[in-house]
Design a protein around this ligand. Structure first.
Ligand code: AMP
Ligand code: ZN
Length: 434
């Protein structure tokens, strides 16, 4: 099950040593960029002075805003003629940022994605349907190159066009798919409409789901409906895109490829490292990138690192599911919550369909939260009492999860807005005070 056994099972001491060697190289490469050149000069930093993780901590964090302030070329560390591609973040929160890659960067990235796919059992004889947006977004091309490197046959179907997706799966006997989890849930309904039972009529065996936060309940729904094993795939364009962290066959935490990234977990308020196993904000340093090395990039993603090693034999640490981004935490009537908590509650209720929307308003100077929930097909033709019982159950379950009582509206399947990319779960119409 190993694409690169030596690297994937390297003992922790050697892995640390490798990281420090690569870090020095990265710092030297970063010094070629206008941003790091002036920063290092100001702070007296040079590659030979960065010999440990403590030394790395002398380098200030960067954030999306830092990248924006130095847009577009402030972090470019290679001559422009060496750059072969640019990508950008999907910009769910503000203006996009751009990342530049050399041919070597693209090859390294494809190697990481191939490693992830191979780990879950994808092989040359697989047919891989990549249902992710191609273009500036990294999910499409990132997986495309990885799957080609592995030798699978790629169907670059891109996002959307559900009926054609299903037709392709049938006619070309797709075995592996890559799909955004909220879209995977929508597609379950299209399968029903098309009278296709994925478990009987298709050859699917593996799904890669990622690019947005989702819960164990959603994974289970996808696995049950598609008859696949679904693996969580994490990445961000600032660190290439997919291939940063990925689940192994244990499906219990995502291995962060520490030969290519240094992971730090910090308290987002004090910026100090948290204890292993404690949740915090994920910070990455790229270790192999030439075009645009980034040191200590604050992702805003919240997760924790598993303190114990993985039974699969890989020595690279595991990171939990992403709970959310520090910037998508909702504060409703003073209570903090994340949209995934609502997803988790809803997806555990069998009568609930595949989509929901959280709407926040100000009513008489108070926060009001409404959760619109699609129910399964056929529910609206049934007994009204049944619907009301379901609605009350949803209110109760949500109250115990998020400690605040939302209004719940049940709606027919396929009536809430859907997105082919990352789902938009929250509409916040509240008045901004001050
Ligand atoms: P982008 O750079 O546009 O591809 O967006 C990257 C962001 O998407 C990450 O920082 C996360 O917030 C989110 N993301 C990507 N993969 C996952 C995943 N598997 N689980 C949760 N969030 C994810
Ligand atoms: Zn493992």
């Amino acid at each position: 099950m190993f694409w690169d056994k030596d690297t994937e099972t390297l003992d922790r001491d050697s892995l640390r040593q490798l990281q420090m060697q690569l870090l020095q190289k990265t710092v030297a490469q970063a010094a070629q960029s206008p941003y790091y050149q002036s920063l290092f000069k100001q702070q007296g930093i040079s590659p030979d002075k960065i010999n440990s993780l403590d030394d790395l901590r002398r380098i200030p964090f960067i954030e999306k805003t830092t990248l924006r302030e130095h847009y577009p070329y402030g972090f470019l560390a290679a001559p422009k003629e060496k750059i072969v591609r640019m990508h950008s973040s999907s910009g769910t929160t503000g203006r996009a940022t751009v990342i530049f890659h050399t041919a070597h960067d693209i090859d390294e990235w494809a190697g990481l994605v191939a490693r992830c796919m191979y780990m879950t059992g994808v092989r040359e004889n697989d047919v891989f349907q990549n249902m992710m947006g191609y273009g500036l977004f990294t999910g499409g091309l990132g997986f495309h190159y990885g799957a080609e490197k592995l030798g699978a046959m790629v169907i670059p179907s891109g996002a959307g066009n559900s009926k054609r997706q299903i037709m392709l799966m049938k006619e070309f006997e797709t075995t592996v798919i890559h799909i955004i989890p909220s879209y995977a849930l929508h597609l379950i309904k299209t399968f029903q409409d098309e009278d296709v039972d994925p478990k009987k009529d298709l050859k699917l065996r593996i799904a890669f789901i990622g690019a947005e936060p989702h819960t164990e309940e959603t994974r289970r729904r996808i696995e049950d409906a598609y008859g696949v094993k679904a693996y969580n795939s994490y990445g961000l364009s600032e660190m290439n895109g997919p291939g940063v962290a990925f689940e192994c066959p244990q499906q219990n935490g995502m291995h962060v490829w520490e030969d290519s990234y240094i992971l730090e977990v910090i308290d987002p308020k004090t910026l100090e490292p948290v204890k292993p196993g404690t949740e915090g904000e994920i910070v990455f340093t790229s270790l192999k990138r030439e075009g645009m090395p980034l040191l200590r990039y604050r992702t805003r993603d919240l997760a924790y690192v598993y303190p114990e090693p993985c039974p699969c034999g890989r020595t690279h640490c595991r990171m939990s599911r992403i709970k959310g981004r520090t910037d998508d935490m909702l504060i409703v009537k003073g209570v903090n919550m994340f949209p995934v908590q609502i997803e988790k509650t809803l997806m555990a209720i069998p009568e609930v369909g595949t989509n929901f929307l959280i709407i926040l308003d100000t009513v008489e100077d108070n926060d009001q939260m409404t959760v619109k929930v699609e129910v399964k097909s056929g529910m609206f033709t049934g007994d009204i009492k049944h619907l009301e019982t379901l609605r009350r159950r949803i209110v109760d379950d949500l109250r115990s999860e998020i400690l605040c009582t939302p209004r719940v509206e049940l709606v027919e399947p396929d009536t809430l807005p859907k997105s082919e990319g990352k789902a938009v779960r929250v509409i916040d119409n509240r008045k901004q005070w001050g």
